[in-house]
Design a protein around this ligand. Structure first.
Ligand SMILES: Cc1cc2nc3c(=O)[nH]c(=O)nc-3n(C[C@H](O)[C@H](O)[C@H](O)COP(=O)(O)O)c2cc1C
Length: 211
């Protein structure tokens, strides 16, 4: 079995989303030994920021007139799409930055759409996807920033509705409690949310691997 794992944190070993993905992956590997994990870390090894526009430009250029850069960008887009198409399941660790999706994850999604047979290709049709997302603050109903999380709904729209995955969404909020002194009063709540997210990630890895 092949599982595609995507990380997008820019915070290296301090990443809360990668920590969740590690838990899901470890449980997955324990119950399905022999699983091959194909990895792409968009934060530490970003896709080129201009590859998407170059690949799109290639689509509007007759094949014999395409530049080397256009051919390379198209090949990259097709590779990114193929990684999703070829995977039997995916683990996606995609955090919130600046109230939205990380730029690295957005380029990955744009390239996958450019490299598919059409922009709406169901690259994950019916396949399990564990989407792990983390955010420093709190965005729940009644909080001052309710509605400011412009990451999660976009990601679920893409992964479930466009790519067609069977989605399990695991969210962890308040990751900055204990880091930002202004959030000290939220530390206890944050610990409970962390514990719940960690248990959910491990449970998802364990149960989805055996489906
Ligand atoms: C550059 C940067 C921007 C951030 N922007 C926000 C933000 O707009 N809202 C928020 O709640 N947290 C924000 N955070 C906090 C992250 O969401 C938090 O650190 C989360 O754990 C990120 O996932 P990661 O630990 O896997 O990197 C930001 C963090 C960084 C480094």
């Amino acid at each position: 079995m092949t599982v595609l794992r995507i990380d997008a944190s820019i915070q290296g070993p301090n990443s809360a989303s990668s920590e969740l993905a590690d838990l899901a992956e470890a449980e997955w590997a324990a119950v399905r030994p022999g699983t091959e994990f194909v990895r792409r870390h968009l934060g530490s090894d970003p896709l080129p920021a201009d590859a998407w526009q170059t690949a799109i430009g290639a689509n509007f250029t007759p094949e014999e007139q395409r530049t080397d850069a256009q051919r390379a960008a198209q090949a990259l887009a097709q590779q990114v799409a193929a990684e999703l198409r070829d995977a039997e399941a995916v683990i996606l660790a995609l955090p919130l930055y600046n109230y939205g999706i990380s730029q690295h994850a957005k380029i990955w999604i744009d390239l996958a759409m450019a490299g598919g047979s059409n922009p709406g290709e169901r690259l994950l049709d019916g396949k399990p996807a564990i989407l792990l997302t983390t955010r420093g603050g709190g965005y729940g109903p009644g909080t001052p920033r309710e509605g400011w999380d412009h990451n999660t709904s976009y990601l679920t729209r893409v992964v479930a509705d466009i790519w067609g995955a069977d989605l399990t969404l695991i969210e962890r909020e308040l990751t900055l409690a204990g880091v930002n002194p202004a959030m000290d009063s939220l530390r206890e709540t944050a610990e409970l949310l962390k514990k719940a997210a960690h248990e959910a990630a491990a449970h998802a890895g364990r149960t989805i691997a055996t489906r």
